[in-house]
Design a protein around this ligand. Structure first.
Ligand SMILES: Nc1nc2c(ncn2[C@@H]2O[C@H](COP(=O)(O)OP(=O)(O)OP(=O)(O)O)[C@@H](O)[C@H]2O)c(=O)[nH]1
Length: 331
């Protein structure tokens, strides 16, 4: 049997005082209007429910019942506030209690993003709009029609796209955009807190030779292996390893001075020296080295984060010209 409330059930619930739309009118026209409204609510793909001034459910359509994780019937008399996440609860409590004192005014609230705690423990994000019911349909007490729009699919897609937009597709490290944004944030924090901020730029030496000798696909796999190793070398989750471009990487170390950065760079140098690429099909004699440039903001010596990166790039250039497989520091 369908769980949708049909006209007969509606009447039964009405008699039971559970559904308190004031449609006990003697007017056949109004009763017909009411039935049509219920039919419309029940047939819509959006969650629609009606609450009274206390927030108790007077009517719940099938979609809203599904979003709350209960049957339509069992929700009647429950309170909307019990389904709201703590962060939204106070806001809605306040809104409903404010509305109680406002008489004869059409009110509307939302759409606002809310987090709903479903009966089975799942949590969904949704947009909730609340509008007062026309007096012609709710004259005995004030009622509010609520529309609940499920945002879960959009949120999941948004989060996926957000991760994609900040991730380098080949290596899985932060991409250049994420690097710039993080660096901007770290820079401001560093200036405010007067804590150091250090960047290391790392460039694979003679990488063209690897590509030319073993092909770009093997070259890609080398870059992936190096990226994985870099991630393991960063000292904390606060630090960022990013692909700066091509065969160049960046490591950002907030609250780390040049000494700590030099320890990190030496560790990277050692790890690279020990790396074997036989697992990706390169001969055992293939060895890769990297050149690294370090610059640190400590005493307002750089104008902005771009200047800090530029300094690390200058240090990297020096490491290259000094023969590669070197670490160069700008003090
Ligand atoms: N496989 C692969 N190669 C890349 C990628 N991005 C850049 N490269 C290669 O990296 C190489 C960079 O070459 P160069 O700029 O001459 O530098 P290098 O050979 O590493 O020499 P030095 O940096 O001077 O030590 C080129 O062969 C690029 O094609 C990538 O995503 N995948």
């Amino acid at each position: 049997m369908s769980k949708q409330i049909n006209n007969k059930e509606t009447a039964a619930i009405k008699n039971d005082k559970a559904l308190s739309f004031d449609c006990a009118s003697s007017s056949p026209f109004l009763n017909a209007q009411f039935s049509a409204l219920i039919e419309l609510f029940n047939g819509t793909a959006e969650g629609i429910f009606v609450i009274n001034e206390q927030g108790d459910f007077e009517f719940v359509n099938p979609k809203a019942a599904q979003l709350f994780g209960h049957s339509q019937q069992s929700l009647i008399g429950d309170n909307l506030l019990t389904f709201l996440n703590d962060a939204d609860l106070e806001k809605y409590k306040q809104t409903l209690s404010n509305w109680i004192s406002i008489k004869d005014t059409a009110l509307s609230y939302g759409p606002n993003e809310v987090t709903i705690n479903k009966a089975n423990g799942d949590v969904i994000e949704a947009d909730l709009s609340i509008s007062s019911m026309p007096k012609s349909l709710a004259s005995a007490q004030k009622l509010y029609v609520c529309i609940l729009h499920d945002l879960s699919t959009h949120k999941a897609m948004y989060n996926r796209l957000k991760v994609q937009a900040s991730t380098d597709h080949l290596t899985g490290l932060a991409n250049r955009l994420a690097l710039d944004e993080s660096l901007k944030k770290y820079w401001q924090e560093s200036i405010q807190s007067q804590q150091p901020l250090t960047s290391i730029l790392i460039d694979v030496d003679h990488f063209k030779k690897i590509n030319d000798t073993y092909g770009h696909i093997k070259g890609d796999k080398c870059l992936q292996k190096i990226a994985k190793m870099l991630l393991q070398c960063i000292p904390s989750r606060e630090c960022l390893a990013a692909r700066y471009g091509g065969e160049e990487f960046a490591i950002i170390l907030p609250r780390c001075d040049i000494k700590t950065a030099t320890v990190v760079a030496n560790h990277i140098q050692q790890q690279i020296a020990q790396m074997s690429f036989t697992d990706i099909g390169l001969p055992p004699e293939v060895k890769i080295t990297v050149s690294q440039g370090i610059a640190s903001e400590n005493n307002n010596q750089y104008r902005n984060y771009e200047a800090l990166l530029y300094a690390a790039d200058t240090a990297l250039y020096r490491a290259k010209t000094e023969g590669r497989n070197k670490i160069s520091t700008i003090i």
